[in-house]
Design a protein. Structure first.
Length: 154
């Protein structure tokens, strides 16, 4: 079997799981092992590695992070990006960001969110992905600790 896979010859098999399943499995392994696996995947298919990472850590999981981590993220993302990302999220996630902002910044952000009446869902999703990627970069540099839900995999 090892030779079959090592030779790169096409194998016939069933498609099982996909990116979401891979992300859930990656959430179960230790961080250093997950990073090693993702680096290997990235060597072969960078887009696939990014897609798995995007599914490992979703925007709404930011609400589980401590306030210092949220403040670090706020320093790295633009107001415009944050407004788009927070448009339409649950109150818990939105409040997590708002309580970590000054009163003036909070009022400005809420006005920006209100002004985004006709924003595309894809624009919201892209803003959320960009912010979670920023959070991952901060975690990779040791500035914050990501809170990943390991209880989602059955």
């Amino acid at each position: 079997m090892k030779n079959k896979f090592a030779s790169g010859s096409p194998t016939k098999g069933a498609s099982i799981g996909g990116v979401e399943a891979a992300a859930k499995i990656m959430n179960l392994v230790k961080a250093d092992m997950a990073n090693t696996i993702l680096a290997g995947i990235s060597d072969r298919d960078e887009d696939l590695a990014t897609e798995i990472q995007d599914n490992m850590f979703k925007f709404d999981t930011l609400a589980a992070m401590d306030n210092r981590a949220i403040q670090a993220i706020l320093r790295k993302v633009s107001q415009d990006q944050l407004a788009k990302a927070l448009k339409g999220v649950d109150d818990r996630t939105q409040q997590k960001f708002l309580i970590n902002m000054s009163r003036r910044a909070k009022e400005r952000l809420l006005d920006d969110i209100h002004d985004l009446a006709s924003i595309k869902a894809t624009d919201i999703e892209m803003a959320q992905k960009n912010i979670t990627r920023t959070a991952r970069k901060l975690a990779d540099s040791g500035d914050i600790v990501l809170a990943i839900r390991r209880d989602e995999f059955v």
